[in-house]
Design a protein around this ligand. Structure first.
Ligand code: ADE
Length: 284
């Protein structure tokens, strides 16, 4: 006679809800105490090597590298703060996969995504810094089943970043850009903006595309390819997050050239220059 099939009771995960202590046969979820003990690690993610290179170089000796799902996760301390730093690679799937891994495998308590973006808003120029107040996926469109840009079955269009983390990044970015002239930039002095970031699996490199995005999302400051995907994963897991972007191009015909030059010469300096004072002050 066949033994009766074992019934697994699945608990629904809700942000901030940890359920009852798992019993045998139940799907295992992290208990509050288990999460509390591991609350201290910060994840810093970037899509390209240059965007995180100076951070990796600055990690304190003794960092360990864990290879998971074709990615290297550098675990150690950065200017005294316990961190895991990883290269996500480009695009929404890559960012979502990487965010899931740092949350599940390394139990991080907060995630910062850093890198470059194309300026969309007329006030946002090459050399400026944008810190996300919220993020959305500009290429999500499941109409007529759901509203335009709505994440199906989640009932959300925008994901709000953590207010405290974002404010600290904004302030540090302000200190960093003050008095800093960017070669080839439209203005003598770079600016720092806080607001909406639009994410999609598209490198926007035609003025018409950028104009269409601007018309559809007039409050979007810049466009990039990872932030809102990471934000969705963090939101679903109840993990605070922030996104820091340096404007490398204006998402037009010159985007490829501007992006490449910026990536090689400026990206790493900005990221480390903005994060270092905060990490040294244990403010992230
Ligand atoms: N990241 C930097 N520049 C970008 C652009 N023009 N489009 C999408 N992502 C970007």
């Amino acid at each position: 006679m066949q033994p009766p099939a074992r019934r697994l009771r699945r608990e629904r995960w809700r942000p901030g809800h940890f359920g009852k202590a798992p019993q045998s046969g139940m799907l295992r979820l992290p208990s509050p105490s288990m999460r509390k003990n591991t609350m201290e690690r910060l994840a810093i993610l970037g899509a390209l090597h240059e965007e995180i290179a100076d951070l990796l170089a600055a990690m304190d000796p003794g960092a360990a590298v864990h290879r998971i799902a074709m990615r290297d996760f550098h675990v150690g301390t950065l200017w005294g703060t316990p961190c895991v730093i990883a290269l996500s690679r480009i695009g929404k799937v890559a960012a979502a996969a990487t965010a899931s891994i740092v949350i599940r495998e390394f139990q991080v308590s907060r995630v910062i995504f850093t890198g470059l973006a194309g300026g969309l808003h007329p006030d946002v120029e090459v050399g400026d810094v944008v810190v996300a107040h919220s993020l959305m996926q500009h290429d999500m469109d499941a109409r007529p089943l759901f509203g335009q840009h709505e994440i199906p079955l989640l009932g959300r269009v925008r994901f709000e970043s953590d207010a405290e983390l974002s404010k600290r990044l904004l302030d540090s970015a302000g200190d960093f850009v003050r008095g800093r002239a960017i070669e080839g930039a439209a203005r003598a002095q770079a600016r720092v903006h806080g607001g909406l970031i639009a994410t999609g699996d598209v490198f926007v490199s035609h003025a018409e595309e950028a104009l269409a995005l601007r018309a559809r999302l007039p409050d979007a400051l810049c466009v990039e390819m990872e932030g809102a995907a990471m934000a969705q994963v963090c939101y679903e897991s109840g993990i605070p997050f922030a996104v820091l972007r340096v404007i490398s191009d204006r998402a037009d015909h010159a985007a490829k050239t501007d992006f490449t030059a910026f990536l090689e010469n400026v990206a790493r300096v900005y990221t480390a220059g903005i994060l270092a004072p905060l990490l040294k002050a244990r403010a992230l």
